[in-house]
Design a binder for this molecule. Structure first.
Ligand SMILES: NC(=O)c1ccc[n+]([C@@H]2O[C@H](COP(=O)([O-])OP(=O)(O)OC[C@H]3O[C@@H](n4cnc5c(N)ncnc54)[C@H](OP(=O)(O)O)[C@@H]3O)[C@@H](O)[C@H]2O)c1
Length: 255
């Protein structure tokens, strides 16, 4: 019997999870991407791209495609799709599991200023001009037009379009992972005195946080949004184990 699994992705972990699950011959795995990135990295499993059309659209997809398990492995700041996933799973009666990567915790030497949104982050930079490294992705960079007095270094996977209406912004295109040593060199090269970051968790983008700590640079940290409470695991391996258990061939035979 084939078990049909839909993974909501857009993260490295989602790709890794898909790779792991697809090794089981009785799993048919599809990975779903929002379609934000122009040239996403190869995912190694069948991919569908684009929004579903809200909760109803996702619930209809789950029914029509006879999905047996929905896995929310989206980015911790992708709050809408996570909420939609929980609701669509409830409506359609399809089980859901989530990969919830733990956030980073501040350690000795960190200078974090916690804020609730990108808008708050822009004002938390203060009135005096600063050299700011924006590493929050391109979609919300526009919020910093409200603080045009700063010099910005803006890094994203795809180009920020339109460019920010601020007098001084430099754009870097890059895809992680970003090792600490490279991040330190970057902060030093541009004389950065504030880093704006999401609390993404994981290793791939922690380099800038460690580098900021080493250099005594402030990090304006945008707090995580609230996510629905669904059964979850913190790592790819732990989630894959849950999936294996759910579709345990022995249990299914009723032995
Ligand atoms: N937000 C971040 O900082 C961030 C960082 C890295 C990667 N990502 C990835 O980028 C994608 C979009 O993030 P977001 O913050 O824009 O999401 P979002 O605000 O939670 O979602 C907005 C809408 O995009 C569609 N969508 C989002 N993820 C999808 C997926 N995996 N498959 C199909 N449709 C999806 C849904 O449209 P419908 O309602 O029409 O279904 C959703 O309502 C996600 O895949 C996420 O994992 C986000």
């Amino acid at each position: 019997m084939t078990h049909r699994i839909l993974i909501l992705g857009g993260t490295t972990e989602a790709r890794q999870l898909a790779g792991k699950l697809t090794r089981r011959a009785d799993f048919s795995v599809t990975l779903s991407l929002a379609g934000r990135t122009e040239s996403p990295v190869a995912q190694g499993v069948p991919v569908r791209v684009g929004g579903f059309g809200g909760v109803e659209g996702l619930a209809a997809y789950l029914r029509e495609e006879h999905i047996d398990l929905l896995i929310d492995a989206t980015h911790p700041y992708a709050a809408r799709i996570s909420a939609n996933a929980a609701e669509a799973a409830r409506e359609s009666g399809v089980p859901i599991l989530a990969l919830r990567r733990p956030g980073w915790e501040p350690v000795a030497g960190d200078r974090w200023t916690l804020v609730g949104s990108v808008i708050e982050a822009a004002s938390a930079l203060g009135v005096a001009p600063r050299r700011v490294f924006l590493a929050i992705g391109r979609q919300e960079a526009g919020a910093f037009e409200a603080a045009p007095q700063h010099r910005y270094l803006i890094r994203s996977v795809d180009p920020v379009e339109p460019k920010l209406a601020v007098p001084d912004a430099l754009y870097l295109l890059a895809r992680g992972p970003f090792p600490e040593a490279d991040e330190k060199a970057l902060l030093e090269k541009y004389g950065i005195d504030a880093v704006v970051s999401k609390n993404s968790g994981g290793e791939a983008t922690y380099g800038k946080i460690a580098a900021a700590r080493a250099l005594g640079v402030e990090v304006v940290m945008i707090r995580r949004p609230a996510l629905p409470d669904v059964p979850s695991a913190e790592t790819v391996d732990a989630l894959a184990a849950k999936v294996d258990h759910l579709f345990d061939p022995v249990a299914e035979r009723g032995v």
